[in-house]
Write a protein that binds this ligand. Structure first.
Ligand SMILES: [Zn+2]
Length: 272
């Protein structure tokens, strides 16, 4: 569920609160969320300080250093329900699987579905583990993005969700971006003019930036680094609003399945 804006907010908070702090402890309550065993994770990271947080799409890569041993990198992918936070006086419940101790500051990793992963990787910017992931959605230029989608026959909804084309969008921001660009989710690249495609990419970036500014979207259980929900859900036009009236034209918002995902859109504002 956390998409680019929610992950970006976590990245900003990790940089702000943990940069320069040494990891002095790591309690592992469930190894399933680790990409390697607890011992290997501790051996790589303990005694090293966080000195960089890089975000690529929905992935975070934390760089740890002690100036002596080689640096180590931990990649975090929150997937469906992963949360990472500091909360004063917080008593961990059964969904907290990891507790990082940053020089006396406890940082909790909580994940109800346990689909999230924390994996040691080989590079702070371009780890091999995500070599298959396309450029970040906020950074990709139109020509490159266009080259990656123009020959594809899938509907725009599926192409925008495809992390191999560009990384960061999930169901929420794809539905919202297509609505704001006035593009039907089943439209294919070949159906659209170059200005329409330029508008889609421009709107996607705008929606992502707008959501980052509003602290992201909380639909299920996303909370920020301080345990607070985001505010962007109040600004959603179509996502999760199937059967309700479109707030622009009043038509009923439709909900259909595309590429196995539910898609909400307004047939009037987004004609095919
Ligand atoms: Zn409408």
């Amino acid at each position: 569920m956390p998409e680019l804006p929610e992950v970006e907010n976590v990245a900003v908070a990790l940089r702000e609160h943990l940069t320069g702090r040494t990891l002095t402890g790591l309690k592992v309550k469930c190894t399933k969320v680790l990409g390697q065993c607890g011992t290997a994770t501790r051996r790589a990271l303990l005694g090293k300080a966080l000195d960089g947080v890089h975000r690529h799409g929905k992935y975070l890569v934390l760089n740890f250093t002690d100036g002596k041993r080689p640096d180590a990198q931990l990649m975090i992918h929150l997937r469906m329900t992963g949360q990472i936070f500091i909360l004063e006086g917080y008593i961990p419940d059964k969904h907290v699987h990891l507790i990082f101790d940053f020089d006396g500051l406890p940082v909790h990793y909580r994940d109800i579905r346990k689909f999230g992963r924390l994996l040691l990787v080989d590079d702070p910017i371009n780890p091999t583990a995500i070599a298959h992931v396309g450029p970040d959605m906020l950074l990709v230029r139109f020509n490159e993005w266009h080259r990656r989608i123009s020959h594809r026959k899938a509907p725009m909804k599926a192409l925008l969700l495809d992390q191999g084309i560009a990384a960061g969008l999930g169901n929420i921001y794809v539905d919202e971006s297509l609505f704001l660009a006035g593009i039907h989710p089943l439209a294919k690249p070949v159906d659209l003019t170059r200005p329409q495609l330029q508008s889609v990419l421009r709107v996607c970036k705008k929606v992502l930036r707008h959501s980052i500014k509003h602290g992201g979207t909380t639909f299920m259980n996303y909370t920020n680094f301080h345990g607070k929900p985001g505010n962007f859900q109040s600004k959603l036009h179509v996502y999760g609003r199937g059967g309700e009236a479109c707030d622009v034209c009043g038509e009923t918002i439709e909900r259909i399945q595309i590429a196995g995902r539910s898609s909400c859109f307004c047939n009037n504002c987004q004609p095919l």
